[in-house]
Design a protein around this ligand. Structure first.
Ligand SMILES: *Cc1c(COP(=O)(O)O)cnc(C)c1O
Length: 412
């Protein structure tokens, strides 16, 4: 509980997989005075941001920026491209994929939810929540659709509820193998600016993202990166949309403006975040996240606890899901760790509530903040009476000291 009269010393450890810690440099940028969103200064800021964000998505096509959380950008992706009753195929990788599917159904789409049907000993009620998108299932489904009733395939790139990253080029290949015209829509809300992502090269029609994960901003901005095919689909799409409509925003964006009052101060922060990320270089940003993830996984493995992601090729660079032993309530453990060590960990969502917790290792972190996090978790596990196979903190220290980080490229 946040006690407004309390003043804890030191930094709170916000190790949930989004919102991620916001760097001081970004907080300072956000604190500047709000300016006229129709004035010349704003237009210059808008144009700078709109081109910088294209570099992050790796696209030359428009990126639409909304003053909304990621959920709003999910809705924008669907309503700009689809019509009532359209049939779409989504894939159950976890809680966020499930929420997006629920939204699609509420919007009046006919939603088919594909899922991995194997069994899993650790999470028998959620076997597909330990694995990535099976592109062959999507290909087989599209091949059966000879009348091309399926209008879109929607998948999550980095499933933040599980710590599994899916192979997006494989999904693109599956659609192409079936010679199917369905649009490909990808949620990379937590993947963007942490894990390699290439909107244009991978042939994605709409990528959805948000501000509070890899971009290191507070919540409140979200994105749709689009393709020429998505813009074409917009012309005949009949789902009601007004606030979310791409066409008016893209038109106003030509001058760096928006059709309504944009999120001025968060856009200052976005401008700062783009400078920081692009000066470091995306390859360096991705390598940094991979290395942190490996260090945290070394700790989990040393404890003898199962990593939720069952496929090592798909380990998330953003977060690690840790399955607690049967009988150990992961939420009680999280509460204990928060109370004792001022460290916030991600809760188990939906089908895996109480069975796992999530360690975020994204954005504005470093080796020592992650070691402190691992130490906090290790102390909490011991206090909760969990029998550990070995020391995770020692394993993480060994990993980080024997794998030096790449020296970042000097800033411009
Ligand atoms: C955080 C997240 C969302 C939800 O975004 P909000 O900003 O909370 O609306 C959706 N999908 C994924 C993969 C996420 O990580």
């Amino acid at each position: 509980m946040l006690k407004l009269d309390s003043h804890p010393t030191g930094r709170h450890f916000l190790q949930i997989p989004g919102p991620s810690p916001v760097p001081d440099r970004i907080l300072r940028a956000i604190s500047l005075p709000t300016i006229d969103h129709r004035g010349p200064e704003f237009g210059a800021l808008g144009l700078k941001i709109l081109s910088g964000i294209q570099e992050i998505f790796k696209t030359t096509y428009p990126v639409i920026i909304y003053p909304a959380s990621g959920t709003g950008a999910w809705e924008a992706a669907l309503t700009n491209t689809l019509s009532p009753g359209d049939h779409i195929v989504m894939y159950e990788t976890g809680h966020f994929a499930s929420l997006w599917a629920k939204m699609a159904t509420r919007l009046g789409l006919s939603t088919e939810f594909l899922s991995w049907t194997g069994t899993d000993a650790e999470l028998p009620d959620a076997p597909s929540w330990r694995r990535g998108v099976q592109a062959d299932l999507i290909e087989a489904r599209l091949r059966r659709d000879s009348e091309h009733r399926i209008k879109a395939v929607c998948v999550v790139h980095n499933e933040t509820s599980t710590g599994v990253t899916s192979d997006i080029p494989a999904v693109r290949q599956a659609i192409d193998n079936a010679a199917h015209p369905a649009l490909l829509m990808v949620d990379s809300i937590s993947g963007l600016a942490c894990a390699d992502y290439r909107h244009q090269e991978w042939g994605v029609d709409v990528t959805i993202s948000g501000s509070q994960k890899g971009l290191m901003l507070p919540p409140g901005i979200s994105f749709n990166a689009v393709s020429p095919r998505a813009l074409e689909a917009m012309k005949s799409a009949k789902l009601p949309r007004a606030f979310w409509a791409w066409d008016e925003i893209i038109e106003m964006n030509k001058g760096g403006y928006w059709p309504y009052t944009p999120n001025t101060n968060l856009l200052y922060g976005l401008s700062e975040a783009l400078e920081m990320i692009l000066a470091e270089g995306l390859p360096q940003v991705f390598a940094r996240h991979q290395r942190w993830a490996a260090g945290v996984r070394a700790a989990v493995t040393a404890w003898g606890l199962p990593i939720q992601c069952a496929d090592p090729a798909l380990y998330s660079p953003v977060l690690t899901g840790v399955i607690t032993p049967v009988g150990v309530d992961a939420d009680a453990l999280r509460r204990l760790i928060h109370q004792r060590f001022d460290l916030s960990l991600g809760t188990g969502l939906g089908k895996v509530k109480g069975r796992m917790f999530r360690i975020g290792h994204l954005g504005d972190s470093n080796d020592l903040t992650l070691l402190a996090t691992v130490a906090g978790v290790e102390m909490g596990l011991k206090l909760a009476g969990v029998k550990l196979a070995g020391s995770g903190i020692q394993a993480a220290m060994d990993y980080f000291s024997s794998h030096p980080a790449e020296v970042p490229k000097a800033a411009g």
